[in-house]
Design a protein around this ligand. Sequence first.
Ligand SMILES: NC(=O)c1ccc[n+]([C@@H]2O[C@H](COP(=O)([O-])OP(=O)(O)OC[C@H]3O[C@@H](n4cnc5c(N)ncnc54)[C@H](O)[C@@H]3O)[C@@H](O)[C@H]2O)c1
Length: 437
Amino acid sequence: MKISIFGVGYVGLTTAACLANLGHNVICIDIDQEKIRLLEEGKAPFFEPGLPELVAQNRKKNRLHFTTNAAEAVAFGEVIFNCVNTPCNGDGSANLNYVFAVAKTIGENIKEYKVIVNKSTVPPGTTRKTAEIIKENCKQQIAFDLVANPEFLREGDAVRAFNYPDKIVLGSNSDQAFSIMRKVYSGRLRTYLPIVETDWETAEVIKYANNTFLATKISFINEMANICDELGADIKIVAMALGLDYRINPRFLNPGVGYGGSCFPKDIKALIATANQKGYKARLFEEVDFANERQKKMMVQKVQKVFNNDISGRTFTILGLSFKPKTNDMREAPSIQIIKDLLALGAKIKAYDPVATEDAKKIFSNMNNIAYCESVEEAAKGSSALLLVTEWDEFRSINFTEIGKEMEEKIIFDGRNIYEPELIREEGFVYHGIGRK
Ligand SMILES: NC(=O)c1ccc[n+]([C@@H]2O[C@H](COP(=O)([O-])OP(=O)(O)OC[C@H]3O[C@@H](n4cnc5c(N)ncnc54)[C@H](O)[C@@H]3O)[C@@H](O)[C@H]2O)c1
């Protein structure tokens, strides 16, 4: 099938490469000319394991193409995916300008029947509005169908998550569109893979419900860990026991320094804002969001306590900057709040991340007292404490005995509970986890 994809971000490019790999003929369009230039030169515009290889393979087979020409992209695909960004407005609501700009472009250029698929995460009602915008901008009366098809992939594991999803959600009011979408995904369908076929609004809500539930689970375990800290209990054992209850399951029960990324924070805020617009106050979700903002500040509060509220002039090592491992994505990363808080208290930062340093530099470009390092060893030299913020695999095998020799003080704040406290103490370090003794 011929498929067009608007937006070559994490979702758009993964969707494009994976659909091309299923044998479809795919064209991608983006307004960011630099991204398209990099892709045409065979370079990746962001870090996502396995994706550059998949892009290269499918370009070689002539199944994956890039353009900045919107008219060409609209004409090409019998199915058009909209995968553009939906960031947060100042009031927490979703900014739909990019989604609606694509709808206008499609309306202006559509000349024959197309299925238009909204893959971006959008508040309920957006697919309906998108249909209106396309219709308003059509020069002639052309039939088209709209599908709400939210994406559930995870950065750092995007290719696998796209190829082996737990479910495919399709919202539409057209049997023809459902049938075409089943064809689009037919290579991706394994035995028993559930396809949920429903209406536009239900499909849109499913995506928000998914992310809000996971965010709630994280804030729940963070809250429980903070209580364990006060009581001297061990959250790791509590979480393990909790996860053994099949109704709960062990995933997303690892406390930390708060969730970040381009999805959970903005999606929960957008759901709260959407409910508010309808006159409903989503109190539970407001608390989940609040608890997460507070969690991002807990680590520096612990640092303050350990150093008797006097950290001015001290150097701290930040291990990990991206919002999670295996991505360079810095959107809403907890490291941002942690670094800002430390700097505001007069501390100096030495930071190391395997892939996100260049993205982090853009965020802290107007701030002094941050040194970006090439290795854990370099970042630890002369430091008063290590702050583990992102659990990259390479941090699991640090030689603490060696790096401890070069540090001012041997203290570690383990913001992801990846170490065993006894083992770290055997290395002569003072260990502070989240909800751990
Ligand atoms: N990143 C994730 O893990 C993830 C997972 C599931 C769903 N989502 C949702 O998918 C959507 C996209 O997320 P993302 O992380 O890929 O965003 P992104 O910012 O990485 O990419 C969006 C791309 O769209 C392009 N764009 C904007 N306007 C355009 C236009 N008019 N024409 C063509 N291209 C245009 C941008 O230049 C950018 O390259 C969001 O709604 C997000 O919430 C993201």
